[in-house]
Design a protein around this ligand. Sequence first.
Ligand SMILES: C[C@](O)(CO)[C@H](O)COP(=O)(O)OP(=O)(O)OC[C@H]1O[C@@H](n2ccc(N)nc2=O)[C@H](O)[C@@H]1O
Ligand SMILES: Nc1ncnc2c1ncn2[C@@H]1O[C@H](COP(=O)(O)OP(=O)(O)OP(=O)(O)O)[C@@H](O)[C@H]1O
Length: 295
Amino acid sequence: MVLRRDGGGLTVRSPSKINLTLDIRKRRSDGFHDIETVFAALEFGDDLAFAIEPDNALTLRVRDCTGGLSTPLPVDSRNLIMQAAELLRERAGCRSGAAITLWKRVPVEAGLGGGSANAAATLLALNNLWSLNLGRDRLTEMAAELGSDVAFFVSGVPYAVGRGRGEEIEQIPSPLRLQVVLVKPASGLSAGAVYRAVEPGDTEETTRMIRGLEHGDFADVVSALSNGLQEPAQRLSSEVSKVCDAMRRELPGRVLMSGSGTTCFAISRSKREVSRVAERLRQQRLGHVFVTHTL
Ligand SMILES: C[C@](O)(CO)[C@H](O)COP(=O)(O)OP(=O)(O)OC[C@H]1O[C@@H](n2ccc(N)nc2=O)[C@H](O)[C@@H]1O
Ligand SMILES: Nc1ncnc2c1ncn2[C@@H]1O[C@H](COP(=O)(O)OP(=O)(O)OP(=O)(O)O)[C@@H](O)[C@H]1O
């Protein structure tokens, strides 16, 4: 994530992600699951601005740019941005203040990790704005406390494998840039509800996906696309199957649900192809359609 100086403050683009694979290995006693997943960061994201607040207050304003797609987000400690700021203050032992503004574009409960990316952006930006000089390791530890996806966004890499409950991050070097079309249906799903409905299995797609990305082999990437949460998500939301079926008619074999849903995505090497497919999907009114690419 690139921090930009803006007067006395900072601005940062908070990206989103898709999961190119998601293997659910086993249910743990702490309520989480051991997983292996391949994250890909997307250019599509929110914007955040941070300014020093002289009286040590922490405030958050949200500007909804989703076109009414999301219900209003809380601006108190229920918001992951406020949780990240408070955690940073507590661990660094500081009482600095900040006025934070979020321009929200990434839909909520979409499987795109929008809230997790906001939390990561907040850790990185306030560490800089408040001159705390905490190292990447300390920020990564805090990230894992805030949510399973946050460490990936703190890493700032385009592709990574996530192990453990998703917070153990290892970069996957790749020459590939994927063009991506996203369709988010009206309904959302909470990650907890989808994980509760899953049966852990022993799929091996993540290893194949890592190899495909490293070799820059698009055909291998396509053949390894898989998501162990898709079947339970489809049971919980009929819109997921409807959207994926419509996308498969356009780009057979290249469609998957992201994370815990409900967004489905399709990948291509061609910008022109995703734009054409997006136009056709918009006409079918299945949900909000976004065109983007991996970072
Ligand atoms: C679906 C993914 O987005 C894939 O990247 C993540 O696994 C979920 O990440 P997240 O939204 O950051 O999730 P968290 O806020 O950490 O957890 C929400 C809930 O999802 C379930 N959860 C999450 C991650 C995991 N490895 N196993 C789980 O069972 C737990 O019930 C947890 O209470
Ligand atoms: N800044 C934030 N942006 C988005 N959601 C937030 C934020 N802060 C708190 N939340 C809450 O977090 C929950 C889900 O967030 P998010 O949109 O990141 O989920 P998601 O798209 O399913 O992502 P994931 O792939 O990580 O599961 C919602 O219940 C939302 O109210």
